[in-house]
Design a protein around this ligand. Sequence first.
Ligand code: TNX
Length: 534
Amino acid sequence: MTDLPLVPAPSSVTPTDGPGYVLGPRTRVVAGTHPEVASAVAHRLSRLAGFAVPVTANGADEPDTIVLRLADDAAALGLPDAGLTPERAAGAYRVEVTERRVTLSALAVDGLLHAATVLEQLAVRDAGAAPDTASAPGALAAAPAPDAGPVPAATPAPDAAPTPDAAPTPVRLPAVVVVDTPRFGWRGLSVDVARHFFGPEVLRTVVDVMASLRLNVLHLHLTDDQGWRLDVPSRPQLVDVASKTAVGDDPGGYYTVDDLAELTAYARGRGITVVPEIDLPGHVNAALHALGELTPSGEPADPYTGIEVGFSRLHADLPTTEPFLRDVLTDVASMTPGPYVHIGGDEVHTMEADEFARLVTTAARIVEEAGKTVVGWQEVARATLTPGTVVQLWDERDGAELVRPAVEAGALLLLSPASKVYLDLKYDAHTPIGLEWAGHVELRDSYDWDPLAVVPGVPESSVVGIEAALWTETIRTPDDLFFLLLPRLAAVAEVAWSQPDRRSWEDFGRRVRHLARSWDRAGLPWYRSPQIPW
Ligand code: TNX
């Protein structure tokens, strides 16, 4: 392992001789062939240094340069390429720090972005200081985005400049070579913005936290019984009527087409793909409230602000149902540049298996005709799926037996076992917010598990990755949200990224303490788990 406070733990860390590189007035990032990545990296380094680190067009051979290189093959990074899928290769990177310069290499832009976050975790403030005094305020935040707007109350302004009279403390990057590849290509977090709505600014902070942990998929649960949160241009009634409600009669809200586009671009600039979910054919009370044509009586459903599940449903036999699916899913597919659309599929307790399979098959076909890959909760495995469909396991009571045949028939498995990665579950009996239906989830529960044991016998090559989930029945404020997310999201990120022989609970405990300092500096609340000597 390593003494350096890197989370998730890299594949290999080799300290080298020398004092490392000190960011100074001559430091500049060489743009080379990737000016947009260079400016993202320069922005991160500027934050770290406390002064503006410029980007120059060339000069890669000169000293005091931060050089970005895209390599053609894994060998050029010093990585074995056996078994490296394109998704894993995209995240791979190499960081080399010497006294003269810093070189970031990768096979794709995402890897370069990850490498830049490694520099933040490596940074030591004040030469010779321990790494836990590392990093500048706002270390979580990344490159400027054209849409940079207000931040939630919990977060200080990310561009807060150092006080003019205080010379910034020198920032040193220790001499090291880090070579790293993620274990899984999909390292996600799902956020339920339907039960309680969180605006784009809160989601940008979530994206910043995710990027700092080298996660790469933000899944948005945009619709549920309690509210519809995305404007769908072909069906404006959905948000006009059904976005106003939330659990417990709290305020609602929704994202415009532009909001989603801007958030998606912000996330992409940090190596993160947004996956929109429209939950079907259950969890649809908001849609039935907005569109009476979807109910057998033709009358709109009453709004619902409780937290029961499983009662609402579409009707396969109504002539209005398929056009609704086609309009909504086609619009959503066209609104997402990413390759995936999630169609939900969970917890329909009031429908026969045949009708459920018909509706899932119809929804999946529409998404595929729109050129996207389907993602669905584990129950969609009851329908016949196109190979390559992503099936998301969540309920360990019957998940393994449900998904196994689908995976054998070519589906890919995304792991969200509730007892490990449902970050809306209470830490322990005293946690003031959170649910308890799958037990309590302490930090170590999120960390100490074997992804390949969830569905015994499934080969690693069928597992696309791991996704944490944050359901928001009990989460009303951004502070609630980050308190449940942190530190467990760091544990899930390491399970998703690091090879089993590179991680251990004791070592993680030592490294995660340093991350907590960066959460403090960013003003983010987090849970002081008694399992760690913070
Ligand atoms: C189960 S997980 C649900 C959600 C709830 C969550 C609460 C899943 C696919 N469905 O509707 O919000 O449990 O933990």
